[in-house]
Ligand binder design. Structure first.
Ligand code: NDP
Length: 253
C-alpha cells in the first residue's frame, strides 16, 4: 500500500488541534454519557452496543494497516500491534459485555468516537507499518522501549484494576452509584482515566512516535475534564465523600 504522507500530516495536525478544542469544550459541556447522560442529544442506543460499535474501528484500522504492509515480519512493530490489541480487544468486547449499566448512549458520541478511533488507528498503523524507519530488533533493548513498555503496562494494570473495582460496585441488574474504595481510589476519583493516560504515554515513549504522542495528548484532553466532572459529581452526591481525594492525578489535581 502506498502510504500517503500528506493525509498523515494533515490528520496528525488535526488531532493536536482537536485536543485543545476538545479539552476546552469538555470543561464547559460534560460529554452526555454514563452518570452525565441527559436528554436533548438526539437518538440513543444501549451503552453496551455503543461501546462495541465506537471502539471497533480502533481494532480494525490498525490491523488493516498491518495486513496491507510489506513489513509484516518487523517483530517490534508486530509487538506494538499486540499491545494495542491487548487494550482494544478488551475495551471493544470484554468491557462492554461485562459492564453493569442500564444507561443509554447518544449516537452522536458514538459517531464522534468512531471518527477519532479511525483516524487514531490509521495514524498509529501507518506510522508503525509504513512511514517509520523500520524498528529493528535493537529497539527491544533501547531504553525508550523498555521504559515505555513499563509505563504502558503500569497504566494498563491501573486501568483494568480500576474498571474492575467499579464493575463490582453493582450487583447484576443494579444501576446506582456507590463510592469506590481501594487501590488508587484512595487517592483519586478516576484511576481508570489516570491509568488510560499513563498507558498511552507509555505507548508514545515506547514507539517514540508523533502519532503516539498525539494519542496520549488527546486522551488526556478528553479524560482530564471528564475526571473533573466526575469528581465534582461525587462530592455533590455523597456528603461523606473522602475530602483528601483528588480528581485524576494523585496529590496534584
Ligand atoms: P466511568 O468511570 O464513567 O464508568 C465506567 C463503568 O463503571 C460504567 O459502566 C459506569 O456505569 C460504572 N461506574 C462508574 N462509577 C461508578 C460508581 N461510582 N458506582 C457504580 N458504578 C460505577 O468510565 P467511562 O465509561 O467514561 O470509561 C470507561 C473506560 O473507557 C475507562 O477505562 C476509560 O479510561 C476508557 N475511556 C477511554 C477514552 C480515551 O480517550 N482513551 C475515552 C473514554 C473512556 P454508568 O455507565 O451507568 O455510569
Amino acid at each position: 500500500m502506498a502510504a500517503d504522507g500528506t493525509l498523515y500530516r494533515f490528520l496528525l495536525y488535526t488531532v493536536f488541534i482537536a485536543s485543545v478544542i476538545v479539552c476546552i469544550l469538555l470543561y464547559r459541556v460534560t460529554a452526555p454519557y454514563g452518570r452525565h447522560v441527559r436528554k436533548g442529544w438526539g437518538p440513543v442506543l444501549g451503552a453496551r452496543a455503543g461501546w462495541m460499535i465506537m471502539e471497533f474501528p480502533a481494532v480494525a484500522v490498525i490491523t488493516l494497516c498491518y495486513l496491507l504492509s510489506d513489513r509484516q515480519g518487523d517483530l517490534a512493530a508486530v509487538f506494538f500491534l499486540g499491545l494495542w490489541e491487548l487494550h482494544y480487544l478488551r475495551r471493544t468486547f470484554i468491557f462492554p459485555l461485562m459492564m453493569r449499566t442500564g444507561r443509554s448512549f447518544p449516537l452522536l458520541l458514538v459517531a464522534f468516537a468512531m471518527v477519532f478511533n479511525t483516524i487514531n488507528g490509521y495514524l498509529n498503523g501507518i506510522w508503525l507499518f509504513h512511514l517509520s524507519s523500520p524498528y529493528t530488533l535493537d529497539w527491544f533493548s533501547d531504553p525508550r522501549f523498555i521504559a515505555g513498555i513499563a509505563v504502558f503496562l503500569t497504566g494498563y494494570g491501573i486501568n483494568v484494576h480500576a474498571d474492575t473495582i467499579l464493575r463490582n460496585l453493582r450487583r447484576p441488574g443494579e444501576t446506582g452509584y456507590r463510592i469506590p474504595q481501594g487501590g488508587l481510589y484512595r487517592l483519586i476519583s478516576c484511576p481508570n482515566y489516570f491509568g488510560e493516560i499513563v498507558e498511552w504515554t507509555g505507548w508514545a515513549i515506547a514507539t517514540w512516535s508523533v502519532p503516539g504522542l498525539a494519542f496520549a495528548v488527546f486522551t488526556a484532553a478528553n479524560l482530564v475534564p471528564r475526571a473533573h466532572a466526575h469528581h465534582r459529581w461525587y462530592r455533590e452526591t455523597f456528603p461523606d465523600y473522602p475530602k483528601n481525594r483528588k480528581a485524576v492525578i494523585p496529590f496534584i489535581y
